[in-house]
Ligand binder design. Structure first.
Ligand code: IPE
Ligand code: IPE
Ligand code: MG
Ligand code: MG
Ligand code: MG
Length: 300
């Protein structure tokens, strides 16, 4: 990305982030609603920060196919609720035991483990309530999106499968194929679902859906590779999370298995491949391509 495109992309992401946050504000329970501890914890983790990349990718994919912004921003917000649930649980002591998230004490550090577990559960549940709530689009369309998302975060090649494989690979030697499975499942599947759900809310054809599927899968894997790289090369201030943790915990990561430079090459190649899948849309897919490139040059 040249500096001008990078700046434009960052400004664009900022604007879209505001849209998503406005909707999240509307959809999340008020902090003072009884029992308030859980609502405070949910809001704390959602609004602690966060790049909102999955929702933004969903919005962008939907708008590529002429989707209705009002419908899309609801799915986008549901994605962010699910993502935040995954972070809250990922940080818990039996998982990654992380104290810092989005620049603040992790949910369980601020509210205790029991509340953090329940806040994760509640965010996950609320997301599906939002997706199933009355109103447009058609019920068939909503059902497809719900099915898509539930699968993407489940145990069949989805997020939970990846998280389990991640834990089981810790402090063990694994091969490149297993590592790719872990990253594609714990992170890639949800990125893929984010762009697919955007497209599913529109009149996109099966060919369109197939193209964004390839795009989402590749950027999702690249995103997790970069997350691994930032744990080695990034700063706590910019990331808002502890660094060098993967090394200390002996996590299975791309830099640990492939080295830093090769990991960077793999991530770049994936982004090139992702962008190539959107070739047929020409300049209409320019923003999606810019975001894809942003994912590998980001420092936060
Ligand atoms: C962190 O995701 C967890 C991973 C899947 C690597 P993000 O880097 O998107 O975290 P936020 O939402 O910006 O905090
Ligand atoms: C998390 O991967 C993937 C999730 C599904 C939450 P990491 O454990 O590497 O994410 P960070 O580095 O804690 O954000
Ligand atoms: Mg983890
Ligand atoms: Mg973690
Ligand atoms: Mg990480």
């Amino acid at each position: 990305l040249n500096p001008t495109v990078l700046e434009t992309t960052e400004r664009y992401l900022e604007e879209q982030r505001a849209l998503v946050e406005k909707e999240l504000e509307r959809l999340l329970p008020r902090a003072d609603e009884y029992p308030s501890s859980i609502h405070q914890a949910m809001r704390y983790s959602v609004f602690a920060g966060g790049k909102r990349l999955r929702p933004i990718l969903c919005l962008e994919s939907g708008s590529l196919f002429g989707g209705d912004g009002k419908n899309l921003v609801r799915v986008a917000s549901a994605l962010e609720m699910i993502h935040t649930y995954s972070l809250v649980h990922d940080d818990l002591p039996p998982l990654d035991n992380d104290d810092l998230r989005r620049g603040k004490p992790a949910c369980h550090r601020a509210f205790g483990e029991a509340t953090a577990i329940l806040a994760g559960d509640a965010l996950l549940t609320l997301a599906f309530s939002v997706l199933a709530s009355p109103g447009p689009p058609s019920e068939a369309c909503k059902l497809r999106v719900i099915h898509e998302l539930a699968d993407a975060i489940g145990t069949h090649g989805g997020m939970v499968a990846g998280q389990v494989a991640d834990l089981e690979a810790t402090a063990r030697t694994i091969d490149a194929a297993t590592l790719e499975f872990i990253h594609s499942s714990k992170t890639g599947a949800f990125f893929r679902a984010a762009v697919r759900c955007g497209a599913l809310y529109t009149d996109a054809t099966e060919a369109d859906i197939n193209r964004v599927t390839v795009f989402g899968e590749k950027i999702g894997l690249a995103f997790q590779i970069v997350d691994d790289l930032l744990d080695v090369l990034g700063s706590r201030e910019k990331l808002g999370k502890t660094v060098h943790k993967d090394g200390h915990q002996n996590k299975a990561t791309y830099p640990a298995l492939h080295g830093i430079e090769e990991s960077q090459r793999i991530a770049s190649r994936l982004v090139e491949g992702a962008c190539a899948a959107l070739e047929p849309y020409g300049t209409r897919a320019e923003t999606l391509r810019a975001i894809a490139h942003f994912l590998i040059v980001r420092t936060s």
